[in-house]
Design a protein around this ligand. Structure first.
Ligand code: PLP
Length: 406
């Protein structure tokens, strides 16, 4: 067997399609974000401006978070030393779960090592615990939800994105006695649109289905205390399970679910992705705890971020750049070709010191390749003018279409 040839052919396919991923080599500098250093190109670190971080509110560099992590490191040490069941259940983990349950107005919460793991572990376990369950999944759900649904072994029905009529049609086709679970996201991170959570919950009530809501791109960002779109819309109590990450707006790392105590106890007791792994480092947990607490009390970062996103969208629109119709903090520019998206990103970095990663298939459907900008509270107007000016110049140079995307 020519293993080498098989691996090489797999990589060549990605090159041929223009979607071979190149990771850029950067270091963020605490206190000066969105400025960072780029080690790309082997000619020494160069200053760049980062435009695509999911540390949306810059909490990863917030003094309260850093201080909490430093204290935990010095007082508790680096790692937890075990799984939650065997020695790794620190008091910090318990405090954070209690804080997260409160954030979403739920009885209990459970921590995982990432948002990806929380989705995979929770969905696969739920599906196994509900005999004959059918899972209804939005077609744009994240890879981690798709993996969890697949590993649950349940039958899956995929409904068109945010399409309530299609979801209802699929629900109607099932036996009323069949256990059902509707899995969806609140903010879809590549388009920046939002799910009709209340209407999906209405359908869930009508057809006796459970609901599983991924709020990964919304926690910390929406709602008076950062409880996400379900808090903003006043519907958190209608959703069976709310899932989130500690790695994006909260600026640290880790994932979680919140729900009624019985549901959480089931996942805690049955999910291999929770049970058989070392628990999160207490340093990370302490940082996340400080971040969640801060964003519960302060809306300042959220307001500044929303204002920045609105300003950047307006600048792109006024410059004739094809900004997509996002209703959230995410600012996507449609390119529609993986090779061109990479080319624009390469020029921005090499000539302007501006970093945005191209987004290609399978993260987004083919033909909708894009650049995804995430302005934070620290990106000022001068930076936005610099970015818009550079993009207009590149758009003209590459003779790309200037229009407003649908
Ligand atoms: N869910 C969604 C919708 C995501 O976009 C992501 C990550 O990008 C995840 C889950 C995984 O979260 P984490 O990065 O914490 O693993």
């Amino acid at each position: 067997m020519d293993y080498e040839r098989i691996f090489k052919a797999a990589i060549d396919r990605l090159h041929d399609e223009g979607r071979y991923r190149v990771f850029i080599d950067i270091l963020r500098t605490k206190g000066s974000y969105p400025n960072a250093q780029c080690f790309h190109g082997h000619n020494g670190p160069k200053p760049i401006t980062v435009w695509c971080s999911n540390d949306y509110l810059c909490m990863g560099q917030h003094p309260a978070v850093i201080e909490a992590m430093e204290t935990a490191l010095h007082e508790v040490g680096a790692g937890s030393g075990g799984t939650r069941n065997i020695g790794g259940n620190t008091h910090l983990h318990i405090q954070l779960e209690s804080e997260l349950a409160d954030l979403h107005d739920k009885q209990s919460a459970l921590l995982f090592t990432s948002g990806y793991v929380s989705n995979e572990a929770a969905l696969s376990t739920l599906g196994k615990l509900l005999p004959g369950c059918v899972i209804f999944s939005d077609e744009l759900n994240h890879a981690s939800m798709i993996a969890g649904i697949k590993n649950s072994g349940c039958d899956k029905r995929v409904f068109r994105h945010n399409d309530l009529a299609h979801l209802e049609q699929l629900l109607l086709e099932e036996d009323p006695e069949t256990p059902k679970l509707i899995a969806f996201e609140s903010v879809y991170s590549m388009d920046g649109d939002v799910a009709p959570i209340a209407a999906i919950c209405d359908l869930a009530d009508k057809y006796s289905a459970l609901t599983y809501l991924d709020e990964v791109h919304a926690v910390g960002m929406y709602g008076a205390r950062g409880g996400g779109i379900s808090e903003r819309d006043g519907v958190a109590d209608r959703v069976t399970i709310i899932e989130g990450t500690l790695g994006k707006a909260f600026g640290v790392m880790g994932g979680y679910i919140t729900a009624d105590t019985d549901v959480i106890d089931c996942i805690r007791s049955y999910a291999p992705g929770f049970i058989f792994t070392t628990s999160l480092s207490p340093v990370l947990v302490a940082g996340a705890l400080a971040s969640v607490r801060h964003l519960k009390a302060s809306g300042e970062e959220r307001a500044a971020q929303q204002a920045g996103a609105a300003m950047l969208k307006a600048k792109f629109r006024d410059s004739g750049l094809p900004v997509m119709e996002s209703v959230t903090h995410i600012v996507p520019l449609l390119v529609g070709c993986p090779v061109k998206a990479k080319r624009i990103s390469d020029i921005l970095l090499a000539e302007y010191g501006l970093y945005v990663q191209p987004i290609n298939f399978p993260t987004v459907p083919r033909g909708t390749e894009r650049l995804r900008f995430t302005p934070g509270p620290m990106h000022d107007e001068a930076m936005m003018d610099e970015l818009s000016g550079a993009l207009v110049e590149i758009w003209d140079r590459l003779e790309l279409e200037k229009r407003r995307a649908a």
